[in-house]
Design a protein around this ligand. Structure first.
Ligand SMILES: Nc1ncnc2c1ncn2[C@@H]1O[C@H](COP(=O)(O)OP(=O)(O)OP(=O)(O)O)[C@@H](O)[C@H]1O
Length: 286
């Protein structure tokens, strides 16, 4: 499958949420959509999920315009919004049956899938408990199970690791990585380390603009020579305007790591960029 985002712009009253965004996603890719708060990630995802229409531009799934033919997308879509719309008085299994019915799954098929997904999400023991008693991370996992009902071929998940503990986050990203082997998986986050290990393709948004699309090594390569480390004597602080990616207290002073086009001090040495440094470098234009 191929999902083509073609010159998509989204203008809310006085806010340009997406500015002429174009890219193509294909099956077999886990695409990480990264960017700071307000970058336009959720807006782009809602447009792909046919919940919002762009002001201009189009989105095509295998050549079919999803605005003109939303059912083309809805038939194959698993979408998990940032706020999972749970129904607190239902148990996990009741909720998933309800979502399966909305998706038009046959009862036997639905029951089999629900059972497997609850095991996969480490929720089998909590299947009969009311969602109102679930922790944030458990509700998030129910939301992902709901999105995956019907075996969707296009999986769009908005900040899936919000509220998850470290073990759950690893479980979630391993699952999405596995699903991406034969599907389109788009996952948004502002936590770069969440996708570093799994994303084969990155989209970097800032203020509605697609600053970068490519692989993690390409983004890292672009930051080569722009990441510095130096030691500040105790009691001194880096300037607020500097793009500092790390500060670590040590016996000899504060170890500063920052992105900048040129050496910030005479003692600074260049170091190999991480994906987090490279993202900061692209976002700050340094
Ligand atoms: N319905 C709306 N009406 C007006 N402005 C909106 C609407 N939806 C989003 N925006 C604005 O568009 C911009 C992009 O918002 P969006 O929610 O897409 O960002 P995001 O990257 O998902 O942010 P976050 O990481 O905080 O969820 C923001 O400035 C937001 O306030």
């Amino acid at each position: 499958m191929e999902l083509t985002i073609d010159h998509v712009t989204m203008q809310f009253k006085n806010k340009l949420a997406l500015n002429d965004v174009s890219c193509t996603l294909t099956s077999g890719q886990l695409v990480g959509l990264i960017g700071p708060n307000g970058a336009g990630k959720s807006t782009l995802m809602k447009i792909l999920a046919t919940l919002q229409h762009p002001t201009s531009g189009s989105v095509r799934l295998d050549g079919v315009d999803i605005r003109k033919h939303p059912s083309t997308m809805k038939r194959v879509l698993g979408y998990m919004p940032q706020q999972v719309p749970i129904i607190p008085q239902l148990s996990a299994v009741e909720y998933l049956r309800y979502i399966a019915a909305i998706k038009g799954l046959a009862r036997i098929q639905a029951n089999d899938q629900i059972k497997a997904l609850l095991v996969r999400m480490h929720l089998a023991d909590a299947a009969s408990r009311r969602l109102s008693d679930f922790s944030g991370g458990m509700q998030q996992r129910v939301g992902l199970a709901a999105a995956l009902l019907g075996d969707p071929q296009v999986i769009i998940v908005d900040e899936p690791s919000a509220g998850l503990d470290p073990i759950e986050r690893i479980m979630m990203r391993n699952l999405l990585s596995e699903l991406a082997e034969s599907r389109i998986v788009l996952l948004s986050t502002h936590i770069v380390s969440d996708i570093e290990a799994v994303a084969s393709w990155l989209l970097l948004l800032k203020s509605g603009q697609l600053l970068f699309q490519g692989s993690a090594p390409q983004l890292i390569k672009a930051a080569n020579g722009h990441v510095w480390e130096y030691v500040l004597p105790q009691g001194k602080h880096p300037q607020a305007s500097q793009a500092v990616s790390e500060m670590r207290q040590a016996a000899d002073g504060i170890h500063i790591r920052l992105v900048a086009p040129n050496a910030p001090t005479q003692t600074a040495v260049t170091v190999t960029p991480t994906l987090e440094d490279a993202t900061l470098s692209a976002l700050e234009g340094r």
